[in-house]
Write a protein that binds this ligand. Structure first.
Ligand SMILES: [Fe+2]
Length: 382
């Protein structure tokens, strides 16, 4: 049996942030807590939100927590819950990249069960009635705004907790391209590559979910056309909007789960400090070649979504042309460096492969992957 669910209301369009007060009224939210990271405070995006919420906090109708770390930790979640209680808030608004959104989502668990340790979170408990959450992304990549999980680092245990529950979903998502126009080209490329990887890995994962497959293919189509445009010109609001919606589509699609690229990428972030999107970009073409060699024809429809004419050619040629085209696209975005260019050393391959094989994402890779395969894949891009 399968169940398919696409429940999030998404407002889309440049300038849509101005609709927020009307939706707060509709949801009967009077005292929201804004959760963001310190880097967002001096930005135009934060100022726009301030303006929309009524300019000043002096009237205490809205509250602010801005302590979220780039890789969010348990204390960020605890402090957010504390700020919520102190302000007697009634909803959380997450503004930022995946980190701020994940912290905003997870803090509601602590409000529901004060004293909860995140590593003791149990899906089976009653999580109904969580405080409403509104997600406003300022990057187009993780798609955390439409996800039902939150990834928080447990500093004392030196590992990440993946909190998953449909109750964590946002009540409302605002995709406003005005909020991503200032994102610098490097971050635009890296986050966009993450979104592209979500679409490609979810489409090719063997889980039966034709709804997500369709969404993933259209996401690939949008990203491959829009990402080079926003990389060249951050003020291209039409392309910025397409990237925002495609990033959300990538995250909706990976309800199906991901693949080996994400398993290789996660340890590159935790052990070597690479940006998640960059790590995906550096590994994706090698994983595509690895998978295609074992499952010929796997990438033909990905190639079609990229706009390639691969209908009439054989499986091997369709796969090769697609993975080469994706590699060239990433190169035009400055994402073609080897791992060694990011400080990764041969001596780290063993530890990286050990973590990669422990990572759950490759369990839905189109073909099985062993630890030796992980090592070979790292070495192929070292
Ligand atoms: Fe990702």
């Amino acid at each position: 049996m399968n169940s398919f669910s696409f429940p999030t209301t998404i407002l889309f369009g440049a300038g849509t942030l101005t609709e927020l007060p009307a939706h707060l009224a509709r949801l009967r939210i009077q005292r929201p807590l804004v959760v963001t990271d310190p880097g967002l405070l001096p930005t135009e995006s934060f100022r726009k939100l301030q303006t929309v919420l009524g300019a000043s906090r002096q009237n205490q109708h809205w509250f602010l927590y801005h302590g979220v770390h780039p890789n969010p930790v348990e204390t960020d979640v605890g402090e957010t819950a504390e700020a919520f209680r102190a302000g007697r808030c009634d909803a959380v608004i997450g503004l930022g990249g995946g980190s701020a959104l994940d912290v905003g989502k997870a803090a509601r668990l602590l409000l529901r069960r004060p004293g909860l340790k995140l590593d003791e979170f149990r899906f089976e408990e009653d999580w109904s009635g969580l405080a409403p959450f509104i997600a406003i992304p300022t990057t187009a990549g993780t798609g955390s705004e439409v996800g039902r999980s939150s990834v928080i680092t447990l500093t004392s245990k030196r590992r990440k907790a993946v909190l998953f529950h449909p109750g964590l979903l946002a009540r409302l998502v605002i995709l406003d391209a005005e909020l991503t126009r200032r994102l610098p080209p490097r971050l635009t490329a890296a986050t966009g590559a993450d979104a592209l990887t979500h679409c490609i890995e979810s489409f090719t994962s063997p889980v039966f979910h034709p709804l997500c497959d369709g969404i993933a293919l259209e996401g690939i189509h949008l990203i491959t056309a829009a990402l080079p445009r926003v990389f060249r010109d951050g003020n291209d609001l039409e392309a910025r909007g397409k990237m925002l919606v495609a990033a959300a589509m990538g995250a909706v699609a990976f309800q199906k789960d991901l693949g080996a690229t994400h398993s290789l990428a996660h340890p590159l972030s935790t052990l070597c400090g690479l940006h998640h999107g960059t790590a995906n970009a550096l590994c994706l073409p090698a994983v595509m070649q690895f998978n295609a060699a074992r499952k010929p024809g796997l990438y033909r429809r990905v190639g079609l979504a990229c706009g390639l004419d691969v209908v009439g050619c054989g499986d091997a040629e369709a796969d090769a042309r697609t993975s080469e085209w994706v590699a060239r696209l990433l190169a035009t975005l400055g994402l073609d460096q080897k791992l060694s260019g990011h400080g990764v050393k041969e001596s780290q391959v063993e530890a990286l492969a050990e973590q990669a094989i422990q990572d759950p994402c490759h369990q839905t890779n189109p073909v099985p992957v062993t630890k030796d395969d992980m090592k070979a894949l790292y070495r192929a891009v070292l």
